[in-house]
Design a protein around this ligand. Structure first.
Ligand SMILES: Cc1ncc(C[n+]2csc(CCOP(=O)(O)OP(=O)(O)O)c2C)c(N)n1
Ligand SMILES: [Mg+2]
Length: 325
């Protein structure tokens, strides 16, 4: 039995609840966006839940994460207020960022969530900066940089590997490889391998099955412990798959007709988690059903709240422009 399967029941339930919350959140946002109720651009994380949650289960508020344009899952995994997130996506005044960020810019520094980010690859330097702060102030904090296979080709990410190495920063690089950068296949666009690149910069690395929460959880735990103990940066290459298009509205003509059905049927991280935990007799199917029902009800309520919440006013345009010291 995987050692992660020997986790306390409460931890297993917490992990499943977070993954289930992300899935439900994303599925409902998908419906609302399709109905024309959400402004702006939306990129959904459904299908990739085991990565964000498997990593963030090891973190607390003193640790920082840098996210991507596909950031809802990272926010929820890191403990951001889900009601505030939904309001933010709907552009409401009491959204997590006052309705001024929207889907691609949700941030909550009090939770160590440095922000979703519309600039591909920009999380690398941010994670290094936060890690340098932790190191200099001796907070014991660790930073995680989540980024995609497309972002892995950006110079800023490669420069961050180098900076993290030479400064021996407490950083974990998590390359979330869903096989595509927009419509470009990573098999075509990524030279060498993610782990080979890490080796080139002197970072320990490992490839992990991103459909398997336990595999992600175990490897992330080792790498985060190592960083926290002063052992420096490392890299995890997580292979996973997205259940929706690159963005909401993507016709996905570049994907095989059965690709998503196959992902949902055979590689769903939630199904795999449930199956393994039930087989090990750690949590019953009925208990999982109760979590599912509660999450569905909770997210339905966040949707009601978001739609009823007030819009920002004209006067709000003039706030949050300059930082006051
Ligand atoms: C610097 C920069 N270049 C290009 C883009 C346009 N763009 C947005 S998302 C994306 C693909 C990113 O792919 P990946 O890093 O694999 O993340 P995924 O969408 O698969 O999660 C691109 C090229 C951008 N936002 N920023
Ligand atoms: Mg990708």
């Amino acid at each position: 039995m995987s050692s992660a399967l020997q986790l306390p029941r409460e931890t297993l339930l917490a992990a499943y609840t977070r993954m289930r919350t992300i899935r439900e959140f994303e599925d409902r946002v998908h419906d609302e966006f399709s109905a024309g109720n959400i402004p702006g651009f939306v990129h959904l994380y459904a299908g990739e839940e085991a990565s964000g949650v498997g990593v963030c289960m090891h973190l607390t508020d003193r640790d920082a994460i840098a996210s991507t344009h596909r950031g809802h899952g990272h926010c929820i995994a890191k403990g951001c207020d889900v009601d505030g997130m939904m309001k933010e996506i709907f552009g409401r005044k009491d959204g997590l960022c006052g309705g001024k960020g929207g889907s691609m810019h949700i941030a909550d520094l009090s939770k160590g969530m440095l922000g979703a980010n519309g600039i591909v690859g920009a999380g690398g330097p941010l994670a290094c900066g936060a890690a340098l702060t932790s190191k200099l102030l001796k907070t014991g904090g660790v930073s995680v940089c989540f980024y995609g296979d497309g972002a892995s080709n950006q110079g800023a990410i490669l420069e961050s590997y180098n900076l993290a190495k030479i400064w021996n920063l407490p950083v974990l690089f998590v390359a979330e490889d869903n096989g595509y950068a927009e419509s470009t296949a990573s098999s075509w666009s990524v030279g060498g391998s993610q782990t080979g690149r890490a080796t080139g910069f002197g970072l320990p690395s490992r490839e992990v099955d991103g459909f398997d929460f336990f595999a992600v959880y175990e490897t992330a735990g080792e790498m985060i412990d190592r960083a926290r103990a002063g052992g420096g940066p490392s890299l995890m290459h997580v292979r996973l798959g997205r259940h929706y298009g690159h963005f909401e509205g993507d016709a996905m003509t570049y994907r095989a007709p059965d690709e998503i059905a196959n992902l949902r049927q055979n590689h769903d991280p939630l199904k795999i988690f449930k199956q393994r935990v039930v087989e090990a007799s750690l949590i019953s199917p009925e208990e999982f059903d109760a979590v599912d029902k509660k999450v569905v009800d909770d997210i339905a309520m966040t949707m009601v709240n978001a739609k009823a919440a007030p819009m920002p006013t004209e006067a709000d345009l003039l706030t949050d422009v300059y930082l006051r010291y």
